[in-house]
Design a protein around this ligand. Structure first.
Ligand code: B3K
Ligand code: ZN
Length: 875
């Protein structure tokens, strides 16, 4: 397979200003007619006269230029493209192409495909070429007119981008609808949907008083699950006006929810296509975190209308231009809708457990990658989440007002253009009159920097000197790293826990952001009454690993007193992490296990402090996840990590049983499950307590969980109780699982949860259960949500059983990858990630994992997607 390089970018040789599409829709024989206005690009210096249009899996019916059908010797059709040997050079011309496609055979879910009984499209990144031959690249922007013709009974609703311009009846029970999108766009933003869909409608009045129709299309049985999505959309529209001054630009905003979707959702202009998982919610079917994810994804796709659609990417290497920025925007939005502190902790937690692992492994790449084989493999945690951190650092460095000025200039300067990450940084610089030269390295350099700290306190003069050192480990193709511009937010605490006022650069401060730009740099803080406790990297001001040795006492002190909500939580995480690592040492040395009393005391104080935000309190109680802990070990010992963490949890439960039970009782109500901050917080905290209590494995705790499970009137309570049951030695486990299945068998998204709970259980016998579940009638390899719920959950969220020392988990995963490769390469390649980290394990596991990767690479007809991930993992 071929590698594509950023350094080879050249402007398109031709442009297509307008395209008129005509679809005769049919499940197996959809006929596409594309009429395109083409001209030479004045900015291209290439001199070939050939015109190459990308196209895959298409059957050509006819091709004509300016009304003249082409002779066979005038063009050639290959697997990837159609080449017209001599296109007119001196004038604009029209190409008319007719071709056939088979949506039903399309299990890759890219291009036009059938999902349940509806037809829908997914074009990003390069799916449009599976619809018709085209200049399928984001810097070719065209105005689209689309006419859809279909059977009226099967496909009463016919949608595409923009505004509806006409409709009518045809013979043979067929009908047509036409659409026109007034905004030029790259073809990856094209969409069509056809089906029997019910519509939930609402309206939004924009800041300039325009009335926008909002429509969510779902299958009839889901119309009662759209309220939250509509509300989230309205909130997002208002928020973007208030925060960025950005207003929606069409008169209609449509969202369609489909069952079969490779990822979360897609921001097609005026016609978002969503995975049902990120639209449908009713309190009895969706958990509080489902509600949060829906709000986040609805916001994300909406925000793309400006950061992505009005201003798009020049080429796919610039993906983070729209994704990193839009993730940052959706994070800000979600924080503003709920609690900024809780949202920040959740985001950092996910970044550190998952993106840091990617950045430290064989698939590490810069936020702006330099090469790819299959672009779909680069919709990564690095491009999205680290990309968002890079934008957040710009926000921190420029301040909210400066960042806003920069964004205003960016949108103004580049509206209607396809641009680069460089253009974004340049706009921020120009608007603020600053220079961000070194900062740009965040886009080109991969790997997570490590920052170490040395403290030197001069008691006689009340001065503290901090010396910070940064380094970054080598990553594939980048053996040597340059220092980055790292914003480090800092505060100091007095001995009594109060915030210290200190002198920095001649001014009094209570908090500063240090600009760490050199490999080693010292900073001085004066006017101190006594030795302060340093609170560093507040709010996680940069995506780095901070190495700062601290005593358990100091961590407990910060957990009680730090005024920065992130660092307060972080102190608790480090406290637990240190305790768990001590236990891991004991396990490996065969010594008896004992938890430091200071840890128990710290958690006792967290339990007692019910004053504030209950969601935040629940986060303070949550122990670091196994995967986060594993990420810090030189050689991962899955069993010891699990055993040590369980021991801490159980010991805390035993020592603080009364407090846990009291809090549980205080916040346990019979609730129908409305999604408001108060109720969400109560449920979070109460369910955190329940999960501790169940570690006691007493009849009382089992009864508590079962009672909650049976009586629950909302999914958060029901699934939390079931999770506690499934992860304990509860005697009625199977019965509870069966009754849950019977209750929810009509609700696909709830059944996904049922699969995931079993796949992620830490109880013995889990692997056998997973194998049985593969044969369950409700399992389906062609439904990505189901595959992720079972195969994905087992291989990515059940380290204990997936990494079984006999290699059964690895063999199982490789078999699934090989099966999926033939059906859906994008999903197959996502599943390979379970094996990518093989170098982090012991020799036995390394060789077993490697063997499976080699078996995958040796498979016949391997897709580019899987080949790239598996071969790079081995390299
Ligand atoms: N832009 C899409 C992702 C497309 C993925 C293609 N493999 C969704 C999003 O990030 O908003
Ligand atoms: Zn996105």
């Amino acid at each position: 397979p071929q590698t594509v390089y950023l350094k080879d970018y050249t402007p398109p040789e031709y442009l297509i200003d307008q395209i008129e599409l005509h679809f005769e829709l049919d499940e197996q024989r959809t006929r596409v007619q594309a009429r395109m206005n083409v001209r030479r690009n004045p900015h291209s210096s290439a001199d070939s006269v050939a015109l190459k249009l990308w196209g895959e899996e298409l059957q050509l019916l006819s091709i004509a230029i300016d009304g003249r059908p082409l002779q066979e010797n005038e063009f050639v059709v290959g697997d990837e493209a159609l080449i017209v040997h001599e296109a007119p050079q001196d004038r604009p011309f029209e190409i008319l192409i007719e071709n056939l496609i088979d949506p039903q055979a399309n299990t890759a879910l890219e291009g036009l495909y059938l999902s349940s009984s509806m037809l829908c499209t997914q074009c990003e990144a390069q799916g449009f070429r599976k619809i018709t031959w085209f200049l399928d690249r984001p810097d070719v922007m065209s105005r689209f007119k689309t006419t859809l013709v279909a059977d009226k009974a099967k496909y009463p609703v016919l949608l595409s981008n923009g505004n509806k311009t006409g409709s009518g009846e045809l013979e043979n029970n067929r009908h047509w609808v036409s659409w026109e999108d007034p905004f030029a766009k790259p073809c990856y933003l094209f969409a069509l949907v056809a089906g029997q869909l019910a519509c939930v409608a609402d309206q939004f009045v924009t800041m300039s008083g325009r009335r926008i129709d909002l429509q969510i299309f779902v299958e009839q049985h889901n119309v009662d699950k759209c309220g939250h999505a509509i509300q989230s959309l309205k909130n997002a529209m208002r928020w973007d006006e208030q925060t960025y001054g950005l207003e929606y630009d069409l008169d209609l905003y449509m969202i369609v929810a489909v069952d079969h979707f490779n990822m979360g959702a897609m921001e097609n202009k005026g016609l978002n296509v969503f995975n049902t998982k990120f639209v449908l919610a009713r309190p009895d079917t969706a958990t509080d975190s489902d509600y949060e994810h829906i709000e986040g994804v609805i916001g994300h796709e909406y925000f793309h209308n400006w950061s992505g659609n009005r201003v798009t990417c020049r080429d796919w290497f610039q993906l983070s231009l729209k994704e990193g920025f839009t993730v940052f925007r959706d994070q800000q939005f979600s924080g503003d809708m709920t609690s900024p502190a809780v949202k920040r902790i959740e985001d950092v937690n996910a970044l550190r457990t998952r993106q840091f692992a990617e950045d430290a492994g064989p698939l590490a790449h810069p936020v702006r990658p330099e090469a790819y084989i299959e672009i779909n493999n680069f919709y990564t945690l690095t491009v999205y989440e680290k990309g968002a951190e890079v934008v957040r650092m710009l926000h921190t460095l420029l301040g909210a007002a400066g960042f806003r000025m920069g964004c205003d200039l960016y949108f103004q300067r580049h509206d209607g253009q396809a641009v680069t990450c460089e253009d974004f940084v340049k706009a921020l610089e120009d608007a603020n009159g600053v220079e961000l030269g070194q900062f740009r390295r965040w886009y080109s350099q991969a790997g997570t920097p490590v920052v170490t700290v040395e403290q030197d306190y001069d008691a006689a003069n009340g001065r503290l000197q901090l010396t910070l050192r940064q380094s970054c480990p080598p990553t594939p193709n980048q053996p040597v790293k340059q220092p980055l511009h790292i914003p480090v937010k800092l505060g100091l605490l007095n001995a009594d826990g109060s915030p210290a006022t200190f002198e920095f650069a001649g001014q009094p401060h209570t908090e500063v952001t240090l600009d760490l730009t050199a490999a080693e740099q010292s900073f001085n803080f004066g006017n101190l009454a006594g030795k302060p406790v340093v609170s560093l990297l507040r709010g996680f001001s940069a995506p780095v690993t901070l190495q700062m040795p601290r005593s358990l006492d100091e961590l407990a002190f910060l957990l009680s007193h730090d005024s920065d909500t992130f660092n307060r939580w972080e102190a608790g995480q480090q406290l637990a992490t240190q305790a768990i690592f001590q236990l891991i040492d004991s396990i490996e040395l065969g010594r008896p296990l004992q938890l430091e009393p200071i840890v128990v005391d710290a958690y006792r104080r967290v339990l007692a402090d019910a004053g504030g935000d209950l969601s935040y309190q629940a986060l303070l109680l949550a122990l670091p996840e196994e995967s986060y802990l594993s990420g810090q070990m030189p050689v991962i010992d899955v069993e010891a990590v699990h055993q040590a963490r369980e021991f801490v949890k159980k010991t805390l439960a035993e020592n603080l049983a009364e407090q846990f039970l009291e809090l549980y009782r205080q916040y346990h109500r019979d609730e129908s499950g409305c999604f408001d901050a108060g109720a969400v917080g109560r449920r979070r905290l109460k369910n955190a307590c329940l999960s501790y209590l169940c570690k006691l494995e007493t009849p009382d705790s089992h009864r508590l969980a079962e009672q909650q499970f049976r009586a629950a009137r909302n999914m958060t309570d029901q699934i939390s109780a079931l999770a506690a049951i499934v992860n304990s030695r509860h005697p009625d486990q199977d019965d509870c699982l069966d009754s849950f299945y019977r209750q929810w068998q009509q609700e696909a998204l709830v059944i996904d949860k049922w699969f995931t709970l079993q796949a992620t259980s830490s109880m013995p016998n889990t692997f056998a259960k997973v194998q049985n579940l593969m044969r369950h009638p409700a399992f389906d390899m062609k439904t990505p949500n189901r595959v992720r719920a079972l195969v994905g959950a087992f291989s990515q969220s059940n380290p204990l059983h997936f990494h079984a020392a006999n290699g059964e988990g690895y063999r199982f995963l490789a078999d699934r990858v090989i099966e999926l490769n033939a059906l859906n390469p994008q999903i197959a390649s996502r599943m390979v990630s379970g094996l990518a980290q093989w170098r982090r394990y012991d020799a036995n596991r390394q060789s077993l994992m490697k063997q499976e990767l080699q078996r995958i690479v040796a498979t016949d007809h391997l897709s580019k997607d899987v080949y790239e991930i598996a071969s790079k993992s081995l390299a």
